[in-house]
Design a protein. Structure first.
Length: 289
């Protein structure tokens, strides 16, 4: 006979008691340190991004000019600064292109913005085919003329003035000429003729000190050329090309050989005639070859 008191406990199952394992203090400290390091890394990265990308966008950009020399680049940079300083973020490339295009020596402008703080500006300058002296704003000023007849000046005009391969033009009677405007349409073919001649390997214009435009009735014009090493002036029509210049040089050599007193050579109308001063006869005598 079993004891009834202990018999009741047979219906229960007892599980063994397991004490909770405590983490060592060192592991807790390591976890906290990892969190701190990650936060510091995020902070350093954010600061680096701030100084590398954000702040440069809010400061004056690094502007690089190409296609021009340093002197011209300084002038163009000052043109951009006329309306005050700006940041890379506030820089308006379209407006800047419009402002720079108003400079008479600039033919075209290309602007590229590079994040976060640099701007590349490529300039195509006008190429002079002639130089002249015009009355602009009440003052006589040395200017240049490109193949399209645009009047302009540049910081390096003194270099162009010394370049003997770029001819001097004179005789323009038009008023109100100023930088940035184009010569009247009738003179534009002449500018293109000068451009074509200057592309030739021979430097024909080094032998000519001046080309004078002589206006004719009904809007046409003729040309008077003044050779450098010759006192004879040469009158020709508007068709100025390599053949005409070669013909002029041959005619000058012939006339200088047979007639030492010639002052003017006329190559118009498909023939050669010359004028000379005769000591014993009044006025100027005209003869033909």
């Amino acid at each position: 006979m079993s004891d009834p008191v202990f018999a009741d406990f047979d219906e229960f199952e007892f599980e063994p008691f397991v004490a909770e394992e405590k983490k060592p203090e060192g592991k807790k400290a390591l976890s906290v340190l990892k969190i701190v390091v990650v936060l510091l890394a995020i902070f350093v990265l954010a600061e680096a991004l701030l100084y590398k990308f954000v702040l440069p966008c809010l400061t004056f950009p690094d502007i690089n000019f190409s296609g021009v020399d340093e002197k011209t680049a300084m002038e163009l940079r000052s043109v951009l600064m006329e309306n005050g300083e700006f940041t890379w973020l506030s820089f308006d490339a379209e407006r800047a292109s419009s402002v720079l295009s108003e400079v008479s020596s600039v033919e075209s402008v290309t602007i590229d913005k590079h994040f976060p703080d640099s701007i590349d500006i490529h300039i195509v300058e006008r190429i002079p085919v002639a130089k002249a002296v015009f009355l602009i704003n009440g003052k006589m000023r040395g200017v240049q003329i490109d193949r399209n007849g645009v009047i302009f000046s540049s910081p390096v005009f003194s270099d162009v003035a010394k370049n003997s391969s770029i001819p001097v033009l004179s005789g323009f009677k038009e008023e109100n000429l100023h930088e940035g405007m184009r010569l009247p349409e009738k003179y534009r073919p002449l500018m293109n003729q000068l451009y074509q001649i200057e592309k030739l390997p021979q430097k024909y214009f080094s032998a000519i000190s001046e080309i004078r435009v002589v206006a004719k009735t009904y809007g046409n014009y003729e040309l008077v050329l003044y050779p450098v090493k010759n006192r004879i002036k040469v009158i020709t029509d508007r068709a100025l090309n390599e053949d005409a210049l070669k013909y002029m040089m041959v005619a000058l050599d012939v006339v200088n050989t047979i007639e030492p007193d010639v002052t003017e050579l006329d190559l118009r109308y498909g023939s050669v005639s010359y004028r000379k001063n005769t000591p014993f006869l009044p006025g100027v005598q005209e003869e033909r070859l």
